[in-house]
Design a protein around this ligand. Structure first.
Ligand code: C2E
Ligand code: MG
Ligand code: MG
Ligand code: MG
Length: 280
């Protein structure tokens, strides 16, 4: 199975589904080629800001695919498919490699901002994932504290011994762990305490009605206060307006991310944005 990790992307079934549409199968072949030939895939980065200071505290890497025929594809068009195949691991490695290059470039401009990547439980359930990740980080003279993992699906993680072990090994090596999309079907509150989490990211569905709906405000306020009492760092996703920022600040939320501050940006735009935001 090691051949799958490097160089030879495979689209062998992981057995989660027995049929795949011809169209989807073609797309996965094209994704495999894109990963091999470095064609069309790229990362964009969205800043996370501290609500107290207004300063950037980190970045999230998000994948994009400029498909030769279909045009710009969002991750929802190909990640769920890739997750059904072994291609997922190649894709994750590609994302991590690119992110490490990004971190090295930030270091060269003397900017210290941790970057998170989105990783499926199937990735870190693999034997030796944390160890290999640490090796690659050290090879680039970076520290594990600069690379964070965003994970989904509390239930799937807690119920898999391999995924839990993988997560704990990441944590032990100093990688930051965030729980993504908290407040959706992916998160089960009774499992939260069993996972080694640093940051809880509140899903945009909890956030986007804050400015217009009283019930949403009550819910968000209670959730933030509960998570703060449990000692988590709390980040709100999908922040789109100043009223939402005001409410979140009042409720004690730590960090925010969303179009109000910045959309996910390609390399060049990110450099400009950081220069503007961090200008002395
Ligand atoms: P996510 O990790 O929860 O990422 C947040 C999504 O919300 C991103 O969509 C981002 O562009 C979008 N977003 C950010 N701020 C706002 C806002 O203010 N308003 C609205 N309406 N949307 C906002 P994107 O980039 O399409 O990614 C969708 C999902 O795909 C991600 O959700 C993540 O689960 C997955 N994904 C993205 N990149 C990767 C990757 O490299 N690997 C894996 N495994 N999954 C990825
Ligand atoms: Mg995420
Ligand atoms: Mg999210
Ligand atoms: Mg999401």
């Amino acid at each position: 199975h090691e051949a799958v990790g490097r160089g030879v992307p495979s689209i062998a079934y992981s057995g989660m589904q027995d049929v795949m549409h011809t169209r989807d199968f073609t797309l996965m072949h094209e994704l495999s080629a894109a990963l091999r030939e470095e064609g069309g895939l790229y990362l964009v980065y969205q800043p996370k800001l501290c609500l107290k200071t207004g300063l950037p505290v980190g970045l999230e890497a998000l994948i994009r695919w400029r498909h030769p025929v279909l045009g710009e594809l969002s991750p929802s068009a190909f990640i769920p498919l890739a997750e059904q195949t072994e291609l997922l691991h190649t894709l994750t490695e590609w994302v991590i490699d690119r992110t490490l290059l990004r971190l090295a470039r930030l270091r060269n401009s003397e900017i210290q901002l941790p970057v998170t990547v989105n990783v499926s439980p199937r990735d870190f359930a693999r034997e030796g994932f944390a160890e290999r990740l640490e090796k690659r980080v050290l090879q680039k003279n970076l520290s594990a504290a600069l690379l964070g993992i965003e994970c989904l699906e509390t239930e799937r993680i807690v119920e898999s011994a391999a995924a839990m072990r993988g997560l704990e090994q990441l944590k032990q090596r100093g990688f930051g762990i965030s729980l993504d999309d908290f407040g959706t079907g992916y998160s089960n509150i009774s499992y939260l305490r069993r996972m080694p989490l640093d940051v809880i990211k509140l899903d945009r569905s909890l956030i986007n009605e804050l400015s217009t709906d009283v019930a949403s405000r009550i819910i968000a306020r209670s959730i933030i206060s509960m998570l703060k009492e449990l000692d988590y760092t709390v980040l709100a996703e999908g922040v789109e307006n100043a009223e939402t920022v005001e409410a979140l600040t009042e409720y004690g939320c730590d960090q925010a991310q969303g179009y109000f501050y910045a959309k996910p940006m390609d390399d060049e735009k990110l450099d400009d944005w950081l220069r503007w935001k961090l200008r002395a």
